[in-house]
Design a protein around this ligand. Structure first.
Ligand SMILES: [Zn+2]
Length: 473
């Protein structure tokens, strides 16, 4: 291992100084959130954001800046009505989960707890024909270890158990609806109606149901429109001086949820990625060994459509992609809480820990093979990936915190948090681009399949028709 901080000290000092004397990422975030809007997949504001990002990459002097079109099944929100019809009549506020089919259903409710496998095993056939009320997050405050079932895992279990509809309950108080896509793999409508409610609404429904006076029944009515849309991945690069064929890729998704500003998820990661691109592009070009490519992905929140399309269109580059750094939710919080989660490359945990030590900027590193952001299409192809995120460790919120609610707004972000994440990201990218002894390696089909199986992802991938992507070409 050769550490940049020891061998290219001047380069590293230049990029750190550049980050700490600029408010560029915060200004970019304000423009994305307050100027452009939520950037919902397939919307006009997403298209305007793509143009904005392209202009920024151009202005920073990146090469081969371009928009790459992605066609996908899009969804636009309609009405959502939630009524308790028995034992008392009461109406509640809810939002349709994106890609919820339009329709109407009335049935008894059933509390499926956290929606984990053992919850559904315990309830067995009792779920059939009922409306499943399910906690959005499994882990209590302060506990991040253990299995984190994703919304789509919980929905799939409810569908398999025969549920008539799905109600997803925010676990953070504050009268905030929780949202999150439930599309089929190609943007098809979900198999059952799914809505998101606040902690307070979920609690009230379960309290009223427990009061007695007969079985508790709910009625749900949802609208919404499905259509085909074209969005764009925004791409630019810094060509390598000596090994231009070898790629180090950084990415972040710039789309956000339609009920929010998408400021933390993932406006923050987007501007962190832009900032890393800006400061790395300002370094002497003849000193950067390998090509640094930056991809701002569209349509992540609705099914990773941007990164599925990008990896498919660039299949021939998989063998020469060294590392992918995903910046989904980097730059949230107060700064200084950046953490790297590797997916598919447990052998790199020690490498990045040692890098933090050498850089005199320790960041926690762990391995967790998970499917829920744009690193995943790469990890499936056996390419080493890491996701840099900045959890707000002072917060008492669980799970995504403000993410996926109306409260994901730009007031929660700070220049300091964005600077610290950008500095960490830029240093990691420079390290991997320069290190001739980087120990990362591409995994073959059997090895990735074993990782997929261990993570319980084989069945979901088979259902999505994506098992063939394992190991890539
Ligand atoms: Zn995200």
């Amino acid at each position: 291992m050769t550490w940049v901080t020891d061998t290219n000290t001047d380069l590293e000092r230049q990029l750190i100084a550049d980050i700490w004397t600029s408010e560029e990422p915060y200004l970019n975030l304000l423009e994305l959130c307050d100027g452009i809007g939520n950037r919902w997949a397939g919307s006009e504001s997403e298209r305007r954001a793509a143009e904005f990002l392209r202009a920024k990459l151009d202005a920073y002097g990146l090469a081969n800046v371009r928009l790459e079109p992605v066609s996908f099944g899009a969804w636009e929100r309609g009405e959502a009505v939630l009524l308790m019809t028995a034992p008392v009549e009461k109406s509640f506020s809810c939002v349709a989960l994106p890609y919820c089919p339009a329709g109407e259903v009335e049935a008894e409710l059933i509390d499926v707890g956290e929606g984990e496998e053992d919850d559904f095993a315990r309830l067995g056939d009792a779920v059939r024909g009922r409306i499943a009320v399910c906690a959005a997050e499994t882990n209590p405050v302060g506990r991040s270890a253990g299995k984190l079932s994703h919304r789509t895992d919980k929905l799939r279990r409810a569908v398999d158990a025969g549920a008539a509809a799905f109600i997803f309950v925010n676990q953070n108080p504050g009268l905030l609806h929780i949202t999150g896509g439930i599309a089929g793999p190609g943007g098809e409508p979900a198999p059952i109606i799914g809505v998101g409610v606040s902690w307070e609404t979920g609690s009230a429904i379960l309290r009223l149901a427990a009061r007695g006076g007969g079985p508790a029944r709910l009625r749900l009515k949802t609208g919404g429109r499905f259509f085909t849309a074209t969005a764009h991945n925004v791409v630019g690069e810094i060509p390598g001086a000596t090994r231009p064929d070898e790629l180090v890729l950084a990415g972040a998704h710039y789309d956000g949820h339609d009920i929010s500003q998408g400021a933390l998820d993932d406006g923050a990661g987007t501007v962190v990625c832009l900032e890393a691109a800006r400061v790395l592009a300002a370094l002497p070009r003849d000193r950067i060994a390998r090509t640094l490519r930056f991809v701002l992905f569209c349509a992540e929140e609705v099914g990773l459509f941007g990164s599925w399309a990008y990896t498919a269109a660039h299949e021939d580059e998989a063998a020469r992609t060294r590392f992918v750094l995903n910046l989904d939710t980097a730059g949230r919080g107060r700064g200084g809480s950046e953490a790297l989660t590797l997916t598919g490359a447990p052998d790199l945990v020690d490498y990045f820990r040692a890098h933090g030590g050498a850089a005199k900027y320790d960041y926690p590193v762990r391995h967790n093979f998970n499917a829920h952001s744009d690193h995943f299409p790469y990890a499936l192809r056996g390419i080493p990936t890491g996701t840099l995120s900045s959890p707000d460790d002072k917060s008492t919120l669980v799970g995504r915190g403000w993410g996926h609610t109306e409260a994901d707004t730009v007031d929660k972000a700070s220049l300091r948090g964005l600077q610290m994440a950008a500095m960490t990201a830029a240093r990691i990218l420079l390290q991997v681009a320069q290190d001739d002894d980087f120990p990362g390696r591409r995994r073959g089909r059997d090895e990735v399949l074993a990782q997929v199986r261990e993570a319980g992802l084989e069945d979901p991938l088979r259902r999505a028709g994506r098992l063939d992507l394992i190991g890539g070409r």
